[in-house]
Design a protein around this ligand. Structure first.
Ligand code: G3P
Ligand code: MG
Length: 534
């Protein structure tokens, strides 16, 4: 149906079943009229009515009749809408460039400009894809925009098909538009980075999301990693270097980020994992008042870990205090432990203590401080070709040791993916990020989550998507560049599996284009049926 409507307006280029012998001889009459008059009616409606009436009335009479009607209407009110070209991806409502500057700047490649029907000139129209709207429609799209979208979809596809011979990749548009319909969320290790080095397709994938795509649209994205051990700002700096683009802390979550919301709950906390003093700095940055490290405890009592002596640097940076006088209220494992034996010894000392006072032993082994892990990944993908043990493995080991030492099950809490709380946190961060950077206030219809670990990335996305707290669709895409090994059956089934992050981005964008097209075609055929029934 769409293609035929498009065909109708571009008579010269297509053999269409609706061919009207004499009308097509003077196609320019009708299409000239339709192109240069302002009509409150959608083009497809005009085309159809013309199609029908031209069977009963002389074409020229009909053209003058339409012209008279439209001129009358134009005189009666400011011209509402003119349909011109369109970028399919924009089927979804997009952010609109403001009129004053961008419109008259050098024309962008594909992507729609909204031009005011009052001030726009033909020259502006020729400057590239645009929809001309009445001034009051500049801020909010009318549904006619949608119909234009569908019209242009056919033209866009047809043009693409015709250009196939000289297939040129469009340069990065100057003022790309941003879609508000969908967004991406990326896991990091095994998707964008491996062992600190960027995965080859990662840089390209983000360029595509930043507008270097055939649709000239930007797609907002955030990063959700279970990794940690540094401040979010530091991790963003690393990622910026690795991916050769700007990464803001406003679009970044790591395993321990949600733990900041517990800073007011505990006075003295033990923070475990990571390099040197980094995790203490992260915790203090979150607002934790009194942060202790395993190094501080060993400095106070070197007998704590018989086989683990502090290095000179650790001795210098660890803070001396008398732990016989203070209680530790909670234990936070922020990042992968660099000393499993020493860290587990100190954690078990506290878990089996009375109220978190080192050197004491509880009779019931249930008076110790609570323990929180920033995630539960048993394995992760680092520079080694095979997966490496992660924080989740330390947790399993601690549970086993606690059980063997106390006969009791260790109760502990894990943050990070696949916890629903982390995806709720990600939803809030994405909302704020899109608002701050693109002024988009409505939640995206779909969030594509790209991950490499079925147990955390895919399970978390699927369970969040199915949960009552999820407002939109979270779509899980599994890549083959990390933990997931080809030929194995993922423990949690993704919505899609692709080779790498670039394929994941292309998959998501194409799915949105097709989704947009599909809903337009449906809408148009419904309207067509409605007209036919009248
Ligand atoms: O230590 C981090 C690792 O377990 C996984 O990180 O980015 O894949 O969530 P990521
Ligand atoms: Mg990963």
């Amino acid at each position: 149906m769409l293609v035929h409507l498009a065909a109708f307006s571009h008579a010269r280029t297509f053999a269409s079943p609706f061919r009207l012998p004499h009308a097509l001889d003077t196609p320019s009459d009708w299409s000239q009229i339709r192109h240069h008059v302002h009509s409150p009616f959608p083009n497809w409606l005009l085309d159809c009515s013309f199609l029908v009436l031209s069977r009963y009335f002389n074409i020229r009479v009909l053209c003058f009749f339409y012209l008279a009607i439209f001129t009358l209407l134009t005189l009666l009110q400011p011209p509402p809408i003119v349909f011109q070209h369109f970028n399919p991806i924009l089927i979804s409502k997009t952010r609109y460039i403001n009129m004053s500057d961008t419109v008259l700047s050098p024309p962008a490649k594909p992507g729609i400009r909204r031009l005011s029907s009052i001030s726009t000139t033909f020259e502006d129209l020729a400057l590239g894809p645009s929809v001309v709207v009445p001034p009051e429609h500049m801020s909010k799209p009318s549904d006619a925009h949608e119909t234009a979208a569908a019209m242009e979809m056919a033209k866009h596809r047809l043009r693409k098909r015709d250009n196939r011979a000289g297939d040129v990749t469009p340069p990065t548009p100057v003022d790309t538009l941003v879609t508000d319909q969908y967004a991406f969320a990326f896991d990091i290790d095994g998707v964008l980075v491996r062992g600190g080095k960027p995965i080859p397709q990662a840089v390209e994938a983000l360029k595509v999301l930043n507008g270097q795509n055939e649709y000239g649209v930007k797609v907002p994205y955030i990063f959700v990693t279970n990794g940690g051990g540094k401040t979010e700002q530091e991790r963003c700096l690393d990622l910026s270097r690795q991916l050769e683009l700007e990464v803001s802390a406003g679009q970044f979550i790591c395993g321990h980020t949600p733990m900041r919301e517990m800073a007011e709950k505990y006075k003295t906390v033990l923070v475990v994992g990571g390099e040197g003093e980094k995790c203490r700095a992260v915790a203090e940055g979150y607002g934790f008042k009194d942060v202790v490290t395993p190094g501080d405890i060993i400095k106070d009592n070197k007998h704590t870990t018989p086989f683990r002596k502090l290095t000179a640097d650790e001795t210098e940076h660890s803070r001396l205090r008398n732990f016989g006088e203070s209680e530790i209220d909670a234990i936070f494992v922020f990042a992968d432990s660099r000393d499993w034996a020493g860290d587990q010894q100190i954690i078990l000392d506290l878990l089996m203590s009375k109220n978190g006072r080192l050197g004491t032993r509880s009779e019931t082994f249930d008076e110790g401080p609570p323990i929180y892990f920033s995630h539960n990944d048993v394995v992760w993908s680092a520079s080694h070709p095979l997966t490496r043990m992660g924080m989740g493995a330390l947790r399993v080991s601690l549970e086993a040791l606690y059980k063997s030492l106390t006969g009791k099950e260790l109760v502990s809490t894990a943050f990070g993916k696949p916890q629903i709380g982390t995806f709720q946190f990600a939803t809030r961060l994405l909302q704020q990020w899109r608002k701050d950077t693109h002024g988009i206030d409505a939640p995206p219809r779909t969030v594509y989550f790209v991950g490499d670990t079925p147990e955390s990335d895919i399970r978390g996305t699927n369970e969040f998507n199915a949960s009552s707290v999820c407002e939109n669709q979270w779509y899980s895409i599994l890549v083959r560049t990390g933990v997931f090994e080809e030929g194995t059956k993922p423990a949690f089934a993704p919505n899609a599996t692709v080779d790498n992050v670039l394929e994941a981005v292309k998959f998501g964008i194409q799915r949105e284009v097709d989704k947009g097209l599909k809903s337009k075609v449906q809408q148009l055929s419904q309207q067509q049926e409605a007209i036919m029934e009248e």
